[in-house]
Write a protein that binds this ligand. Sequence first.
Ligand code: TMP
Length: 208
Amino acid sequence: MNKFITLEGIEGVGKTSNLRYIKELLEESGHNCVLTREPGGTNLGESLRGLLLSHSDENMSADTELLMMFAARAEHLSKIILPALKNGQTVLCDRFTEATYAYQGGGRQLDVDKISELEDWVQGDLRPDLTVILDAPVEIGRARAGKRSEPDRIEKEQDDFFQRVREAYIELANRYPQRICLVDASLTLAEVQQQIHAKLVEYDILNA
Ligand code: TMP
């Protein structure tokens, strides 16, 4: 039962409502579920998140950003994710390393080999059992996200940045279909949830 599941997508694709929905489905089917997020999930990780998303370091270098994402991840793995999995719990994480490939690799155009070296170093062989990517055109995400609060340091990037993030996510799903899937998030919430449910069954997280 100890599965590691992550949810991804650009801003405004409905991560929050769908995380809640996935958690309910997992719990109904008997998973003891830990819900957590990146960057964050630990005291130190949440402090790093504050630094990463605040406007006080507007000109942070892309390498610094990358290393801080992985520093938060190392702490998260050692304090929360690995102990929970070892304890037989299912970990549901709001973003993980696929976000680094999408945002730092796609958005910031950093060398993907650097990211994969850090991934191997920090995670060893650990990869999520399933990553669900909520996919929608950038304009749709923008329109939905725009209705919320002030954009943070990353959210305030331009559409071409998010277009590259979206493309990197699609590329990841094409490259690793055995553990990463796309869900069309431009549809209604009920339709999105139907697709998510079907994926959880298809990837053997839930029984049919
Ligand atoms: P969110 O989880 O509230 O959407 O915000 C986290 C922000 O951090 C979001 O803009 C994506 C970004 N991010 C990265 O750039 N790289 C990463 O590795 C992770 C986990 C998040």
